[in-house]
Design a protein around this ligand. Sequence first.
Ligand SMILES: [Zn+2]
Length: 443
Amino acid sequence: MSRHTRGMIQFMPDGTEKQINPFTGTEVWFIPERKNRPIYTHIPVKTEKIEKKDPEDYCNFCPAQYFNTPPEKARVIFQDGHYIYHDRVNPEDIFSGHAEFRRIPNLFEIVTINYWKRNFTYRLSKLNRNWKERYLSTDIGRNHALSVINLKLKYSGYKEDDIKSIMPSEKFELADAFFGGGHELVISKRHYIENAKYTSQLASSGELSTKEHFQYFIFTLKAIKDIYDNNRYVRYVAVYQNWLKEAGASFDHLHKQLVALDEWGVSLEREIDKAYKQPNIYNEAAANYASYNNFVVCENDYAMAFIDIGHRHPTIAIYSKSTNCRPDEHTAEELRGFSDVVHAIHKATGSQISCNEEWYFMPRDCTVPIPWHIMIKWRINIAAGFEGGTKIYVNSMSLKELRDTLVPRLFELRTEGKIAWMNIAEECPVKPNSLKYYKRGIL
Ligand SMILES: [Zn+2]
C-alpha cells in the first residue's frame, strides 16, 4: 500500500474487516458473526394486491394528485418520440398531460425561504416574480396556491379557525416559498411499475429504462442550474434521493431532493480540503485503491462503480471519469455513461432495498477540482449500540459480500438487456488514475 492508503482496510484472520474512510476518517468494522438478517431478497415478505388506478392515485406524488402539491416549477413530457420541457407551468396546463418528471417545491423546506430572506435580503428573481403574478392572476392558480398554503398551515398545527382568519395577502406572501424557495423535489411519473399487481412492485430508479434514467439526470441538472440562476447567494445545491421509509422517504414514490445552501456542507468541505492538499486523492484513495483490491463492480468509458470503504452502511461509489468536474459541464455522452452506471447499480440493488443516493460535486464557488461522484448506501443495518461511545460503526455486510452480491446480478441484467452495456468485475479495464478530474483546465 502507498503512503496515502496504508491502513485503510485491515483483514483479520477470523474474517473481521476494519475499515477507515480516507475522506471522513470514519471507522467501520464488519464482524462475521453479527450477520443478523437476510440482505438480499427477490421475494418480498409483505406484499398485497393493488387496485389498478389510471391515472395512478396512491400518494400525493401520483399523477392524479397534481394539485395536492405546490405549483410546478418545471415538467418534462414525452411527446412524439421527444422529451419536451416546460418551465414555470401555468395552472391550467397542469392536467393537460402526464409529466415524465416534475419539479416542485418541497412543502416543508429544510432551509426555508425566510432563511434566505432574513439572512441575505433575498427576493424572488424577476422571472419567479412574474411567474407568481401570472399564477395567482387566474382563479384556478389562486385556488390551488391557497389550498396548498392552507394544507401546509394545517400540517404545521394551525386550527381551522386560525387558518380562516389569516388574510389572503398574508397567505400569498407565504406562497413565495413555492415560487422562489430553494428546497425542491424532482418526482418521477410512476408509483408502481407498469402492469404492477403487488405493492412490492414499486417504480424505483432501477425500474426506469436507461433512457428514462438519463432524462431523470438531465432534468435534475436543469433544476440545479435554475436554482443557481435565481438565487445569487446559493453556493451549493445538495442533491439526494431517499428510497423507502428506512432511508427517510415520506412516500414510496421515486423522487430526488435538492436543497440550496449558502455553504458546501461539512463532508464536502472536508473532501475538498483533502483534494487541495492531495490533488490525486480520488484516484489514490478511491478508484485506484478499489481496483487494486478488486472492489470495482462495473465500468464504462465514462464512469466506474466500486464498493466503497468506511461507511456505516454498505456503500457503492460511482465516479465520473471525466475531466469535466461539475455535472452541467459534462457532455451528453459523459452524462449518459455516468447515468447508465448509476442506473445499473440501482437495478442490481432492486426496488426492495431501502437506499440513499447522495451526490457530491464541485460547488459553484470552488476552484479545487474534484470528480462528480454519487454514493448509493443500502439502509439495511441495525445499530450495534456501541457507536456512541466508541465512534466505531458496525456494518452488517462485508465489502466482498456486497461485491459478490452485485456482480452476478449485473451479469444477469446485462444478458437480459436490462442495463446498458458495460464492463463488469474482471472485465473492467481499471487503468490507474482512471478519474481524469485532476486534468481539469490542463487539456
Ligand atoms: Zn405515488
